[in-house]
Design a protein around this ligand. Structure first.
Ligand code: NAP
Length: 246
């Protein structure tokens, strides 16, 4: 078995999309995985069964990451099931592209509650509960480098996540825990595809010099590297993974 056997990873927002691919990849790499979701229990449970069928260990943990008590319970259920926590992947996130001037108070608050406060809630809990030598991976976005109309609030939530990443890496001095962020370009998931015309999707696909959309597995590979032994000297970095788009 792999060197990660007996290590435990929590992946937020792992019922679908990039998070599901990360959970599957880390389970293949030997981690016991905690598959967090907010509303969609069925795909999360299906993923647990798939991982178990190939000899891995996984549980689901329902928690809205914007709720600090729910996040604390998620960490408790990980410890109850597997006895320790080594890795946190703060992947849960939402995106609604809308001009700043059209954005309602509710939409603004929802984005910051999930993308920013959700990341903060899990980081604060991780500081208490992660094993020394652990790894944290946050999620930003390449949209931060593109400044496209419609992304002001979303980019604002991710700029804060990048700030948390760089400071928290230093605050964990002495624990041998690395904190990095991945900033994907367009990835073929519900978050990116929903609400876009075929034409717009084709336009985005042509933007990277590699001339395709990213797949969830492209990002899962980066996360697997960051939480593995070969990335031990990478700390406080924002890694853009976007096929050369920006
Ligand atoms: P997705 O396909 O929409 O999946 C989102 C996941 O997050 C789902 O598992 C969902 O759970 C979960 N989630 C949503 N709100 C939550 C909450 N309040 N608490 C806990 N979980 C919650 O999204 P994705 O494309 O995989 O995106 C994953 C991350 O990558 C996000 O942080 C996103 O900003 C970032 N990103 C994505 C792209 C892209 O092009 N796709 C590009 C750059 C960055 P349910 O199934 O229960 O709703």
């Amino acid at each position: 078995m792999s060197e990660h056997t007996s290590q435990v990873a929590i992946i937020t927002g792992a019922s679908r999309g990039i998070g599901a691919a990360i959970a599957e990849r880390l389970a293949n790499d030997g981690f016991a995985v905690v598959i967090n979701y907010s509303g969609n229990a069925a795909p999360a449970e299906q993923l647990v069964r798939k991982i178990e069928a190939s000899g891995g260990k996984a549980i689901t943990a329902q928690a809205d990451v914007s709720d600090p008590d729910a996040v604390a319970r998620m960490f408790e259920s990980a410890e109850a099931a597997f006895g320790r926590i080594d890795v946190l992947v703060n992947n849960a996130g939402i995106l609604k592209t809308i001009a700043l001037a059209e954005t309602s108070d509710e939409e603004f608050d929802r984005h910051f509650a999930i993308n920013t406060k959700g990341t903060f809630n899990a980081l604060r809990e991780a500081a208490k509960r992660l094993q020394n030598g652990g790894r944290i991976v946050n999620f930003s976005s390449t949209t931060l480098a593109l400044n496209m109309p419609g992304y002001a609030v979303y980019n604002g939530t991710k700029a804060a996540v990048e700030a948390f990443t760089q400071v928290f890496a230093k605050e964990l001095r002495g624990r041998d825990i690395t904190v990095n962020a991945v900033a994907p370009g367009p990835i073929a998931t519900d978050l990116f595809l929903n609400g876009k015309s075929d034409e717009l999707i084709a336009q985005f696909s042509k933007m990277p010099p590699l001339e395709r959309l990213g797949q969830p597995s492209d990002i899962a590979s980066v996360v697997a590297f960051l939480v593995g032994p070969d990335a031990g000297w990478i700390n406080g970095e924002i890694i853009r993974a976007n096929g050369g788009l920006a």
